[in-house]
Design a protein around this ligand. Structure first.
Ligand SMILES: *Cc1c(COP(=O)(O)O)cnc(C)c1O
Length: 426
């Protein structure tokens, strides 16, 4: 399979999987997509989903990444997906796919762990350094995604005093190949330092650095797999076909992966793009106009994106047709007050504690009386303050988070000067 930039309409510049994966973003500023969409056999998917998530994901990964030897893919996927995933029912007719039982208690584990193993594999014995700046959540997903992967060193820059204690614990208690750097500065300083390193030709001739950007196709494509699993579980529980799938969205990688799954042959009826007050995509679906703007801060802050990168992949999947997109996706947006009310309602009515992002999925499901399921993207315990505000108590920390909080934090402190980081990397 070859890969192209979304902007390379005439397919003039093909990339191999390895080159596309190590580049992250295409040189023309577009996002990588495969040259064609592989077709899968739903009977086989349903048979394998009955065995385990990993077994089903192996079949899908082998079909999508067809130039990797099947037995290698088997090993990589089994290693990546060694945690549970569950289609939960909070009440009659209300189903949510819990994607937060991985090591960082958020759905980004599905993309990050697959990418970690694949980059290690594609690197073919060469030492690589993953360099990333984080304001909190990306850092922990990347750290855990690459933890223990051979020949990969992960260097994560985070701003001193600007990440939550829980987030810091998740990044700084792993050790091994994970190197957290606490920067005397803010998130912008961290980002600037990373960008400067990527532009430093001398450094790059000595150290092979790459990013673990969220738009990387190795993070994006495996997110299509869990839609298949959810479908199989939902069909078994309800006897129905063709669910409406509600996706709490920010940068729209998750929803674009669902659209990809549909094109591979998954019988989805339609999608709902569920957003918080950052409603650029729902607005586009109504008006046909895409108006990117600065994000606003909300209680579902992992979805605070004002110009979602993956919108370009959504357009590509719809052949740039507004009509095609609106026939497949409905938009929904809500305020912080509505999110807090929803968390309270879910707790009072069903005794279930929902994180704020998943609560947006619940609201959109209710709004459209959607017959299907919504994706639950994070564990409520990661957003204690919001939960406390909504229901007057904090959720219990799951064992993995509680352990991380207890463990000793190990990090290196650096200034915001370029030379400090260069020295560290060398
Ligand atoms: C990243 C994230 C989202 C948004 O996912 P996108 O793929 O960026 O749309 C939603 N919820 C949580 C908890 C997240 O971490």
């Amino acid at each position: 399979m070859k890969y192209y930039s979304t902007r390379d309409k005439s397919h003039s510049t093909p990339f191999s999987l390895k080159d596309a994966a190590f580049a992250g973003l295409a040189p023309d500023g577009g996002l990588f997509v495969p040259e064609s969409i592989p077709q899968i056999d739903m009977t086989e998917v349903e048979r394998l989903a009955d065995i385990s998530y990993a077994d089903m994901a192996i079949y899908l990964a082998q079909t999508v990444f067809d130039d990797i030897p099947a037995e290698d893919m088997d090993r990589l996927v089994r290693d990546a997906y060694d945690f549970p995933i569950e289609l939960n029912s909070i009440a009659e007719g209300l189903y949510n796919l819990e994607l937060f039982h991985g090591p960082t208690y958020a759905f980004k584990d599905f993309g990050a762990r697959f990418m970690g193993r694949m980059l290690g594999y594609l690197g073919d014995g060469e030492q690589i350094t993953i360099l990333a700046a984080t304001s909190g959540d990306t850092g922990s997903a990347v750290a855990h995604g690459f933890y223990g992967v051979e020949n990969v060193r992960v260097v994560i820059l985070y701003p001193d005093g600007k990440v939550s204690p829980l987030q810091e614990a998740q990044m700084t208690t792993l050790g091994g190949n994970i190197h957290p750097l606490k920067v005397a500065g803010n998130f912008d300083d961290c980002q600037r330092l990373v960008k400067t390193m990527f532009k430093d030709k001398d450094l790059r001739s000595k150290v092979r650095i790459t990013s673990a950007n969220s738009i990387n196709l190795l993070r994006w494509l495996p997110q299509s797999f869990y839609y298949f699993y959810a479908y199989c579980q939902w069909k078994k529980k309800t006897g129905k076909d063709s669910p409406v799938v509600v996706v709490p969205s920010g940068n729209y990688g998750n929803l674009a992966a669902g659209m990809f799954a549909k094109r591979m042959g998954l019988p989805v009826k339609s999608f709902v793009a569920a957003s918080n007050a950052n409603d650029v995509v729902p607005e586009y679906l109504v008006t046909g106009e895409y108006r990117p703007r600065p994000s606003v801060r909300t209680v579902a802050n992992a979805m605070d994106v004002g110009d979602p990168s993956n919108f370009e992949r959504m357009l590509w999947l719809c052949d740039d047709s507004y009509e095609s997109m609106t026939s497949e996706i409905k938009g929904f947006s809500c305020t912080d007050a509505q999110i807090l009310d929803a968390i309270r309602e879910i707790y009072d009515s069903y005794g279930y504690v929902s994180d704020p992002h998943s609560a947006v999925g619940y609201l959109a499901t209710r709004h459209y009386s959607a017959d299907g399921f919504w994706l639950s993207t994070a564990h409520a315990a990661k957003f204690c303050e919001v939960i406390q505000q909504a229901i007057g108590r904090t959720p219990e920390l799951p064992s993995g988070l509680a352990d991380a909080v207890e463990r000793e934090r190990v990090f290196t402190e650096i200034s915001s000067k370029d030379s400090d980081l260069v020295d560290f990397l060398l």
